[in-house]
Structure formats: structure tokens, C-alpha cells
Design a protein around this ligand. Structure first.
Ligand code: ATP
Ligand code: MG
Length: 450
């Protein structure tokens, strides 16, 4: 205990450089007009009060790389209490490490106080070296050193349009290199999620992961197993919604990182049918993200896990279980298996289940059932899902086509479609089976969905 304290007092973080580069705008190209008005204002107000305040992290990096930043974070020498006092609409969040959300117009700016870099000797860690708390305030130089990659440790001052660069991040970014700050293995041990961040940021920004940072990933990947499931879920969600999910997952697979993330993803990626479905879905998601269209995490996870559900469901039906109960059991079993590793939030689990549960109802194309189905609030998501299933070759493309026509047809045309009008052709090819006993849903035809 006393030794730890002494170390903390005497030991300076090893890799904190003394003099950072101060890079003018004509060299890095970031103009203050590219910074959101709220972030500019937050910096200006804090600086007026005598504090240091910079736009930091992903936003600066993304602008230099020619991409539109997702959000703006500010790092400051002011304490959370000082930050809160400086703004009318601000609240402190987080208990262990307080950060401040400053609201300005429609924007929320996350303001964090410079943090001390911790090394594995002084920090509180678990038995694998993972840092459990990161809650000591520090100098700006220390704050830079505790960040993960050099391109993420750039401090932009909107007032002077200069970048304070402690770790040659601007040069690395121009050379398209993702380089870790400090000792790579130690940094992965401190926080294994950095391995996923390396892959995601590399794919998003078209950066090559520096061999020193890439090398140890394969052998250290099992450390991800100790990361809390909720944290892993957040990071996977970021990765899947980055607009570069296809590249990210290919890279994850190359690095051997997909094992154990979604426990089933490795299995899925090895099944020919499931694999095609997953890639199609990810590609579809990437396109939507890049076009600025909304993407539903529930839909995405529903696709990632669908072939596991399908296999489980088929096995149950083969054992004589009824269609709907078998589906619901399969859904729960697959989701439970996930839950230990990846804490999918409850709301998203609800969305996933709704999409899955509607799938067998597309089998029934007569009577009142189709009318009821298209009135379902989740019909559109379920139909998109159906279409992906068809595109991947799992089911006949005529099925989503039929539903599309039905949903948009007038009353009489709908009747004609249900009568097996040539346009509703797939019906002719469908075998009808009797509804098995024990099935409870009215949409049930007793047919499996494959
Ligand atoms: P994006 O917002 O595009 O997902 P980002 O780099 O901004 O990417 P955030 O999670 O918003 O990611 O983190 C903001 C900054 O905090 C990062 O740029 C980095 O400096 C620092 N940071 C985030 N996660 C870590 C980590 N695991 N280890 C060290 N520093 C981190
Ligand atoms: Mg960010």
C-alpha cells in the first residue's frame, strides 16, 4: 500500500513527452468553422475563465481525415464542478469519473477533465491487468498519454486553429497509420477493447494498423473474454453501425477476433448459407449508414443471429415440436447463449424477437391473416428481413415480392393475389400441410420458413 503510494508520488509516466508540437492550421487544415458552434462556444467560455479547453479525440481526427465527425468532445483543465458552473444547461454524469454534458441548442457536448495516465503498477487492475478505474485528474500531457492511438490524442484550439500534438498524431494520420501510444501489449492488457477499436478505426478511416499494434492482437484476443458484456456490446454496436461493418468484420476475422464476440458469429461465418445472409445484411447496413438513413440495431442483430435460430428451430420441429412454440424456444435459447458475452440491451432484444416472430406469418397468404400481418407495427422491418432471407437464397424471392404487391394493392387486387392469380404465383408451388396440433398463432400454416 505504502509502496504503491510512493510509486505514485515519485514515478512520472514513462512516455509523457515534455514538449508537444503546436501545429498551425495551414499544416493540418482544420478550420474552426468545421467545429460545431456548441463545441466552439464551450471552449471559448472555459478559456475566458482561464482554463485550458480543446476539441479532442475522434472529431479532430475525422476532420483531418476528410470525414464528418459524429460528435464533438471537449477536454479541459477545469474540474467537472467548474464546468457545470460555467454553463446554464449542464449536468454532471458518471459517478466514478465525472464528465459533464453541456447542452447548447440541439447539441450535447461531452466535456471531460484531463485525466492522469495510469500504469499497470499504480492503477487498480483485475488479475489480467485490465484497468478497473480511470478516475484521477491529471495534466494535459498525461491526458494525451492515456489515450489509445496517436491520431486520437490531438487537441484542437478553435481560437487559434492550432493543434497540440504530443505523439505525432497528425503525421501518422497523413501517413495513414494507426499507431498505439505507449507499450502495445500493456495497453491491450489495460483495456482489451482497444483491439476492437484498432480494427474499427482502421476500417473507418482507411488506416493501416501499425505492425507493432497489429502483431499481438491474435495472441491477446482471448483477453476480450474478461471485458464486461455491456461494454463489449457498446463497442460491437459502434463497429456494426460504423458504416464499415463489412470491412471491420473481415478484418476481425483475419485477426482471429470474431471468436467469442458474438459467440455464434464464428459459427455463422463458417456456414455457407448463414454467411451469405450476414454479409448481405452488413452490406445493406453499411449503405444505409453512409446514406445517413436510420439503422435499427434490433434488425441488425436479428440478422446476425438468424441462422442459429433457424437451425435450432428446424431441429426442434424435426423432434416433433410445434411450429410456434419451437420458434420461441429457439429464439430464447439463442439469445440466452449470447447474453453471457454480449449484453444486448432489453429493448433491442424486444425488437429482435418481434422481427423473428413475424417471419412464419409470411407463410400464410389467405384468409384474414395477410391483412392482419401488414397492419403490424413491425411489418416493414419484418418484410425487409424477409427480403434479405430471399436475397441470400434461403427462401423463394417470390414470397417477399408477393407481400410487396399485396401490401400496396387495392382491395380487389388483394383478393386476386390470394386466389393465386398468376402474379401471386408462388402459391401454386407451395405444399400445404395441416396445421399441427398445439400451434397457437392464427398466422400459422404449419410450414417451416425455409
Ligand atoms: P468515434 O466517436 O468515431 O467512435 P472516438 O475515437 O471519438 O471514435 P470515443 O469512444 O468517442 O471514440 O472516444 C473519444 C476519445 O477518447 C478517443 O478519441 C480517445 O482519445 C479516447 N478513448 C476512447 N476509448 C479509449 C480507450 N479504450 N483507451 C484509451 N483512450 C480511449
Ligand atoms: Mg467520439
Amino acid at each position: 500500500m505504502i509502496r504503491k503510494l510512493l510509486r505514485r508520488v515519485f514515478k512520472r509516466p514513462a512516455s509523457t513527452p515534455s514538449e508537444p508540437a503546436v501545429i498551425p492550421a495551414d499544416q493540418h487544415g482544420v478550420r474552426s468553422t468545421e467545429i460545431s458552434p456548441a463545441a466552439r462556444k464551450v471552449c471559448a467560455v472555459l478559456q475566458e475563465q482561464g482554463h485550458k479547453a480543446y476539441v479532442v479525440g475522434g472529431a479532430v481526427r475525422d476532420i483531418i481525415a476528410g470525414q464528418k465527425p459524429k460528435d464533438f468532445d471537449v477536454a479541459t483543465s477545469a474540474t467537472p464542478e467548474e464546468v457545470k458552473a460555467a454553463f446554464r444547461r449542464a449536468r454532471i454524469i458518471g459517478r466514478r469519473f465525472k464528465i459533464v454534458h453541456v447542452m447548447s441548442g440541439p447539441e450535447t457536448i461531452e466535456v471531460s477533465t484531463f485525466r492522469a495516465s495510469q500504469d499497470a503498477e499504480t492503477a487498480e487492475t483485475d488479475e489480467h491487468g485490465r484497468i478497473l478505474r480511470d478516475n484521477v485528474f491529471g495534466s494535459q500531457a498525461e491526458d494525451a498519454t492515456r489515450r489509445d492511438f496517436t491520431v486520437n490524442a490531438l487537441y484542437y484550439d478553435p481560437a487559434t486553429e492550432t493543434i497540440i500534438d504530443y505523439h505525432h498524431g497528425v503525421a501518422d494520420l497523413k501517413q495513414k497509420t494507426l499507431r498505439m501510444i505507449g507499450d502495445v501489449r500493456t495497453r491491450y492488457r489495460e483495456d482489451p477493447v482497444r483491439m476492437l477499436r484498432a480494427v474499427r478505426l482502421g476500417a473507418k478511416l482507411g488506416l493501416t494498423i501499425d505492425p507493432a499494434a497489429r502483431g499481438p492482437i491474435r495472441e491477446m484476443s482471448s483477453l476480450l473474454e474478461n471485458v464486461p458484456a455491456a461494454r463489449l456490446f457498446d463497442e460491437m454496436l459502434k463497429l456494426l453501425l460504423s458504416g464499415h461493418a463489412v470491412n471491420c468484420l473481415k478484418q476481425l476475422r483475419e485477426e482471429g477476433l470474431h471468436h467469442g464476440l458474438l459467440p455464434l458469429l464464428d459459427v455463422i461465418l463458417e456456414q455457407p448459407m448463414g454467411e451469405r445472409f450476414v454479409w448481405l445484411s452488413l452490406d445493406n447496413t453499411d449503405q444505409r449508414v453512409r446514406q445517413g438513413k436510420p439503422v435499427s440495431p434490433g434488425f441488425l442483430f436479428a440478422t446476425l443471429l438468424w441462422h442459429e435460430v433457424l437451425a435450432n428451430w428446424e431441429a426442434r420441429k424435426a423432434r416433433g415440436e410445434s411450429v410456434y412454440p419451437a420458434l420461441f424456444e429457439a429464439m430464447d435459447e439463442v439469445l440466452d447463449l449470447q447474453a453471457g458475452k454480449l449484453a444486448i440491451t432489453r429493448r433491442i432484444v424486444g425488437d429482435i424477437k418481434e422481427i423473428w416472430a413475424l417471419q412464419p406469418r409470411f407463410e400464410r397468404r389467405n384468409g384474414k391473416a395477410p391483412y392482419r400481418l401488414i397492419e403490424q407495427p413491425r411489418y416493414r422491418a419484418a418484410w425487409d428481413f424477409l427480403r434479405l432471407r430471399a436475397e441470400s437464397g434461403e427462401i423463394d424471392v417470390a414470397i417477399p415480392e408477393w407481400w410487396n404487391r399485396f401490401a400496396h394493392a387495392s382491395g380487389t387486387d388483394r383478393e386476386a393475389l390470394m386466389q393465386g392469380d398468376p402474379d401471386g404465383a408462388p402459391r401454386k408451388r407451395r405444399r400445404r400441410r395441416r396445421k399441427p396440433s398445439g400451434a397457437r398463432e392464427e398466422g400459422d400454416t404449419g410450414e417451416s420458413a425455409n
